[in-house]
Write a protein that binds this ligand. Structure first.
Ligand SMILES: [Zn+2]
Length: 138
């Protein structure tokens, strides 16, 4: 019954990776929700203006890296959202139309000044869209 144990090993590793993907998505959702609820949050790294934008970009990156991990890709450039999306597009065409969103969101992620009107909403929306693609990608 060697084949059977090998087969069940395959299934369980698949489940482990799927579980990890779910955890990444849950973390992404928490981070995005935090950015939405606490737009004025200031951290030592991002300073008084940047954290909410960084959080949007980071939430999307977390979701996409979860997708990549599911496909056995251990992406090193965890904060390079456009790069992560390019890698993900190699596994699902659902990511093909994410590259512009990723580039725009990544630019928001680097903001270190007072936000202009509508910018945070836009960053939240872009992150939401990318996370949504990860959730529905197959
Ligand atoms: Zn920060």
């Amino acid at each position: 019954m060697r084949w059977l144990s090998r087969l069940s090993g395959l299934f369980s590793s698949n489940n482990v990776r799927r579980q990890r993907l779910r955890e990444c998505l849950a973390q992404a959702r928490v981070e995005l929700e935090f950015a939405r609820q606490h737009p004025d949050f200031c951290c030592d790294v991002c300073g008084p203006h940047g954290h909410r934008f960084f959080a949007c970009s980071s939430a999307a990156a977390k979701a996409v890296s979860g997708f990549l991990a599911f496909h056995h890709v251990d992406a090193k450039e965890i904060y390079n959202l456009p790069r992560l999306v390019t890698l993900a597009a190699g596994y699902s065409k659902d990511f093909d139309h994410c590259s512009e969103w990723a580039t725009a969101l990544s630019a928001y992620g680097a903001i270190d000044r007072e936000a202009k009107e509508g910018e945070l909403e836009e960053a939240l929306r872009l992150a939401e869209q990318i996370i949504g693609v990860v959730e529905s990608a197959d």
